[in-house]
Ligand binder design. Structure first.
Ligand SMILES: C[S@@+](CC[C@H](N)C(=O)[O-])C[C@H]1O[C@@H](n2cnc3c(N)ncnc32)[C@H](O)[C@@H]1O
Length: 376
């Protein structure tokens, strides 16, 4: 029934999930294929591919991912030096047959290949990774989407994948059930669950997830993923049903550019900056007026960073990567604070106009140095 219901509906959460894949791939493909560092081969893997299309006709993730490349304005340029291989894994025979049916009419350029694979993703990946180890080969740069119905995802596979330098994972963490399992295991009411959780978290770090607030616990859980997989960056968005987290999507990447791109994609999907999507929202509704994010905390952050010493514009932007705001928000605030005469660029530190590209040394104006944030 879980499966049947999934394909019957197309909620805002499913839409946001697909928008994130589409928008991320539209930035990822050119970044990975064009220019002197472009790769000759890229992989997109959907480990839980599904049927390819919802009953309502909306596209499932395999077709969303294909469309992101096929309709890309730079498609032909990207495919000059790069081939793109798509692998779609699906265990359920009925879903697999439906997926094959959806893929059949899709016409692909000669450098694009799409292979549906039937089977259990865990077995297929263990074998693939063992073969790669045996042959001493490498996995091509890959975007791997992991979208199960349940929460029992082995940490061992995630870690092995992220050991490759240019592999990125986008994982659907089924939080409500995972949270229940963690609480049950701690109370001793879920027999054997501690072993399962050790398998998911590659050890017992799940025991550190605690507190009364499920939102805070989800944030603790999301923070564990980069630690256990060795990923440099973990970026997550909460998917809410009736104001509670149903699941969260986490992007794991070893690259600053991957972190920046996913932050941008998440802001596009939820422009108020809350890093969440709600099931209750209508997926077909056009947003006429975009909500304005509250950037007051960003101003406070800038004041804190500059309180003791001046800093270069670009070095503050490096620090900003840790935070959820975007570069464009930061640049707007810097210009605004300068207009208000609360900070300025050290004139001797740059030439040309006051701009990011000239990387001025930023300092608070004398009346604000060593003080907290002024009101307004
Ligand atoms: C949430 S749905 C996938 C939705 C799809 N990614 C999309 O966005 O259109 C999960 C799918 O994973 C399949 N599945 C479940 N366990 C699996 C496994 N161990 N290996 C491969 N596929 C599996 C299910 O049959 C189901 O079709």
């Amino acid at each position: 029934m879980a499966d049947e219901n999934y394909w019957l509906e197309y909620s805002n959460l499913q839409k946001v999930k697909h928008d994130l894949i589409k928008n991320y791939l539209q930035g990822w493909f050119p970044k990975m294929s064009l220019g002197p560092t472009g790769s000759s081969r890229l992989l997109y893997v959907d480990t839980h591919a599904g049927r390819g299309r919802h009953m309502s006709g909306k596209l499932g993730s395999p077709l969303v991912a294909l469309e992101s490349l096929l309709t890309h304005t730079s498609r032909d340029k990207m495919l000059e030096g790069t081939e793109v291989r798509y692998y779609f894994i699906e265990r359920n025979t009925d879903n697999f047959n439906a997926l094959q049916g959806e893929l059949k009419p899709v016409r692909l350029p000669s450098k694009v290949h799409a292979s549906p694979l039937t089977g259990d993703f865990e077995q297929l990946f263990d074998k693939l990774l063992d073969d790669i180890d045996k042959n001493g080969s490498r996995l091509a740069p890959s975007f791997i989407f992991i979208d199960p119905f349940g929460f029992k995802l082995p940490g061992r596979i995630l870690k092995r994948l992220l050991d490759f330098p240019k592999v990125e994972l986008f994982i659907n963490v089924i939080w409500r059930e995972l949270d229940m399992a963690i609480r049950g295991a701690k109370k001793g009411t879920a027999k054997g669950m501690d072993k399962t959780l050790d398998m998911i978290f590659l050890g017992d770090s799940w025991r550190e997830i605690e507190g009364d607030d499920a939102d805070a616990r989800a944030a603790q859980c999301a923070a564990i993923y980069p630690k256990i997989t060795g990923a440099r960056w973990g970026t997550h968005i909460r998917m809410l049903d009736k104001n509670r987290i149903r699941y969260f999507l986490i992007h794991l990447s070893n690259h600053d550019a991957g972190r920046d791109l996913m932050k941008n994609c998440i802001w596009n999907s939820c422009p108020d900056g809350g890093y969440y999507a709600s099931k209750a929202d209508n997926p077909d509704q056009q947003i006429l007026i975009e909500p304005e994010p509250n950037l007051e905390p960003l101003r406070e952050w800038i004041f804190e960073k500059l309180a003791d010493r001046p800093r270069r514009w670009l070095s503050l932007l490096d620090d900003l990567r840790e935070e959820l705001w975007l570069q464009k928000h930061f640049n707007e605030q810097i210009r605004e604070l300068r207009k208000l005469k609360r900070l300025d660029g050290d004139r001797a530190s740059y030439s040309g106009p006051f701009a990011m590209k000239n990387n001025p040394l930023l300092r608070l104006t004398s009346r604000f140095q060593g003080r907290g944030l002024p009101p307004g």
